[in-house]
Every structure is written in C-alpha cells, then in structure tokens.
Unconditional design. Structure first.
Length: 544
C-alpha cells in the first residue's frame, strides 16, 4: 500500500481559480447563467441589481473547473479530477500518472507548492502534458441536458457545441423586467401576467405604474383625475358622484344646497341625537319651523330624550374596557419579551455547560478512547450507493495535561482506486487546552483497533509510530488539523461479517495513544490493551 500525504482539507479551496482568459462554451455559459440567477432576486432594488450584475460578470470572468454535468451512466473515477471532484476539463497528466483539470493543477502548483496533490511527489508546471486521449473519451460520454425537466441525453461535445441547448424547450432566460429565470416558452406569459415588476395601467386615466410598487392604489385613491368619487357632503345627504376633476365645479355650483343640507342634519342631531335618515333633495329653503318639523319627522317619533345619554354611557364603558384590555396586553407583551430573553440566556448557559462536560469527559479517557459509531448499517447503505461516508469522532485527550486528538473514519466507495470497499482510519491533532504546556511536534505510539464484540474478542489492531517531520503532528493552527495520519486500507468491509465487529448496529473503534515527551527513539511502554495482529509485509502506514 503506497504511502502518501493527503490534502483533502484544502482541495476544495485549490479548485476555485485557474488560468484566466479561457473561452466559454455554451455548456459553461448555461452553468454561469444558473449562478447568476442565484445572485439575483425579484425584489432587488436597482442599486443591488447592478451589484449582482457585477458579481455575475466577475463569476463569468473566473476560470472554470471541471464539467459539472450529470453523466449517464455515472462518471468513472478515472475521469474525475481529484481536486474539484468533477469531470476532467482540458485533461492534464503528470509524470507520476495522475490526471487533473488544467486550471486545477496549475493553481495547486502555484498556491500549494510544487507537489502532486495525490502522492506528494515533486512536480513542476513544465512537466505537465495534455492528455488528448482522456479529452476525447470524456467528450464522447453521454450526459443529460442541464435544463430542469428535460430528459434528453447526448454526448458532452454536443452539449458543449450548444446544438441541443439552442432548441431545448426547457431552456430558461432571465425576465427583462425582474431578472427571474423563466422558461423561454413562458417568458411572454410571465412578463404580462406573473412578473412582479410588470406594468399596471390605471383603468380610468390609462397611466402606467410598476405592479410591485403598488403605486396604482394610491393613484386611484388620491390622484387620478378621472376616478369616480362621491361628493364631500355625502355624509350630510348629497348623493352625487362625479370624476375627481369635476369635484371643484360641483362644490361651487351646489354651495347653498350643501349648507342647507348640513344645517338640517345638525338641527336634527341637536333635537334627538340622531342624523336624519331621509335623503336630501335640492329645493327652495323653507321656514325654520318647517325644517324642525322635517327633523322630527326623520326621527319617526321613536326617539326618546334619554337615548343619547344611554348610548353615550355605553360607549364610555366600552372605551374603559378597551383601555384596560390594552394595558393588560402591553403587560403580557413585556412579560413575554422578558421571558424570551431569560429563556435564550438559559439555553446559552446549558449549551456552555454541555460543552464543559464534553471537554471534561474528553480529558478523563487518559489516552484510551473508544468511539461508538451508531447507525452503521445506514453508513454501509450509503457506501454501497457510491456516496462518500466520512465520520469524525469527538475529541479526546491523551492525559491531563495532554494532546487533544480525534479519529476520522472513511468508508471507501466501490469505485475508489486501489482502496475500494476498505475502511480507512486516521488520527488528527486538534487544538487543546494544554497546547502551550506541551512539546511539539507530537511524538509517540498510536494503536488503532476495531473491536470484536463477540465472545472470542479477536480485535483487528494496528500500531504505528508518529513521524515528527510530517505536518500531521505539528501544533494545529485551526480547530482540527486537516492533515491526518493512519491507514487507507485498515480493514476490508467483507471482514466485518466474519466476526462480531458490528453489534446492535454499532461499530466500536478503539484508539490508544502513548505520548513520548523526551523525543527518545526507543519504543514507549504501552498500556494494557488488545494484542496487536501484525498486518504483514504489504502493509504500510499512509497519511491522509
């Protein structure tokens, strides 16, 4: 088994840039269009929309990574870039036999150093050479159309040449008004009936407004000169309706009639506490006695002198109850806000206490840590489906004071090269509470074991010595060192069924760490634990 140092933690960062100035194909433009749509939202203001356009233009100018399309059948691992984890674009091969996207490997050499990201062999940019065979093979693979709901399949070179995208009925385009992505077949319907920024027309004066801004409602209520409105004296009995621009003429023409109507209304209110119910009819003004008689007739003889007083008293009582309820509502609102703040503080304290308890528990293991990996059958199903399965254990200390470490378990997929269907197991250093009191780099002996939970207790154990010159054992500068140390092929998955390694859907992984603080090369004394089963001459320690 080959020995290498993995850069898994930094690979996604390495794949963000590449050589500038590459020409964009139609497939690439389609993918950039999706990124631009994610930057835009229908409710953006003009200023934020301009900023989004600038961001989209910057994304379009950035070098592309591999082909991010859906292959049918799925892409073979030999055509996958180890850096961006997508199909190789402009495949480049290294002298050590690995393939990368041109942009990915060139940026990795510039930023991460002149080393192959897979096996850490020294690599210069001038040693790279184009892999035309892989290019032809990848462009001949069958892919699905990137447009949603489209079921058509074609060769990747056809998608790159846009022969399908130009006629795809599921293709999308941005709405010219709101920039929302819409299918081209529905673009006209969207622009006229669904777009939030579509033009809205006033039904009276034919003025146009933006539908989203709701200005047309304010326009019809207060500004539209042709909107039909009621007379200002409609409360006093005037039944006339007219266009807004005719209101001033109506008010000037019927001034005397409006005053007479208002006088009759007020007189009737002063006599019996109720407004006259009879409609006002324009006509000559009669004597005051006749107007009083009209007010009394409007009352209908059913009003009593005590009715206004009773109604007023009832309204005062209702107003008092409303004021009291309003005060109670405010008190409840304040109480709710206070309790919400107290609850948030309690949750924060509980979370801090849980972290403290976990930290104390990790310090009590004294370098012997047993990791219970529950729900292991679900991880196996994901592995069989070709999905990546990577699990990290809680942190633990080698002593008090001591180094803080954690385990990483990786179930290799059936298509993984050289290590398919293996359990990979690695140790990572972490930032701990005692780092300032310890000597670095970390040195000692590490024994990893997958425990047999049956009666025979035939555990699978591997022991390894640390190598101080590796980055995996230097003092971590972030919470968890991305460099790990362990076995890529620790145990084959078929061996799990040969013994009781999995019981109650739980896998037990044991790690025993014996630090060496004096730096002596002699083997350290181990604690009591499972006996080591030698792997054999083909086994070697790998760094991940």
């Amino acid at each position: 088994m080959a020995s290498f140092e993995s850069t898994k933690g930094s690979l996604p960062e390495d794949g963000d840039e590449g050589a500038a100035g590459c020409e964009l194909s139609s497939c690439e433009l389609a993918m950039l269009e999706r990124e631009r749509e994610a930057l835009l939202s229908p409710a953006e203001s003009p200023g934020s929309f301009s900023a989004s356009l600038q961001a989209a233009a910057a994304a379009a100018a950035a070098p592309l990574l591999g082909y991010d399309v859906e292959f049918d059948p799925p892409l073979e691992s030999k055509y996958e870039c180890p850096i961006c984890l997508m199909a190789l674009r402009n495949a480049i091969q290294t002298p050590c036999g690995h393939r990368f996207c041109k942009n990915c490997i060139e940026k990795s050499i510039r930023d991460a150093g002149q080393r192959c990201p897979v096996d850490n062999v020294r690599l210069l940019e001038k040693q790279l050479f184009s892999d035309n065979f892989a290019k032809r093979e990848i462009l001949s693979l069958t892919v699905r159309c990137p447009n949603d709901d489209c079921e058509e399949k074609m060769e990747l070179r056809q998608l790159e040449a846009s022969t399908h995208l130009a006629r795809c009925q599921f293709a999308t385009a941005p709405c010219p008004q709101c920039q929302q992505s819409v299918r081209t077949s529905r673009l006209e319907e969207h622009a006229t009936a669904e777009c939030r920024r579509r033009p809205a027309t006033c039904p009276d004066c034919v003025a146009q407004f933006c539908y989203e801004e709701r200005e047309i409602e304010s326009h019809c209520d207060t500004d539209c000169p042709k909107a039909p409105i009621a007379c200002n004296f409609s409360t006093f009995g005037c039944k006339e309706r007219m266009q807004r621009h005719d209101l001033a003429e109506h008010m000037q023409e019927f001034t005397q009639s409006h005053l007479r109507c208002m006088a009759e209304f007020l007189r009737g209110l002063s006599l019996d506490g109720a407004a006259p119910k009879s409609p006002w009819t324009p006509g000559p003004s009669g004597p005051p006695e006749d107007q009083g008689a009209m007010a009394m007739a409007a009352c209908g003889g059913g009003c009593s002198p005590s009715q206004p007083t009773t109604e007023l008293q009832r309204l005062r009582e209702m107003d008092g109850r409303l004021v009291k309820q309003d005060h109670q509502l405010r008190e409840l609102t304040i109480l709710k806000e206070t309790q919400a703040g107290q609850l948030a503080e309690l949750r924060r304290r509980v979370s801090a206490l849980e972290d403290t308890v976990k930290d104390l528990e990790s310090q009590q293991c004294q370098g012997v840590f047993v990791w219970r990996l529950r729900g292991f059958s679900g991880h196996l199903r994901s592995q069989e489906a070709g999905l990546p399965v990577v699990e990290h254990s809680p942190g633990f200390y080698t002593g008090r004071p001591g180094y803080k470490l954690c385990l990483r378990l990786h179930l290799q997929t059936p298509s993984a090269p050289r290590c398919s269907n293996f359990i990979s197991l690695f140790v990572h250093t972490m930032q701990g509470a005692f780092d300032g009191q310890l000597s670095w780099p970390f040195q000692g002996t590490i024994r990893l074991a997958i425990l047999d939970q049956g009666g025979e207790q035939q555990h699978h154990v591997e022991a390894m010595e640390t190598k101080p010159d590796l980055l995996a054992f230097q003092r971590p500068v972030i919470q968890r060192n991305p460099k790990g140390f362990g076995y890529v092929t620790f145990l084959h998955l078929q061996q799990l069924s040969q013994r009781a390694f999995v019981k109650d859907d739980t896998l037990l992984v044991r790690c025993e760490v014996t630090p060496r603080f004096d730096g002596a090369a002699a083997a350290a004394t181990h604690r009591d634990g499972p006996a080591v089963q030698p792997r054999g001459p083909e086994a070697s320690v790998s760094r991940d």
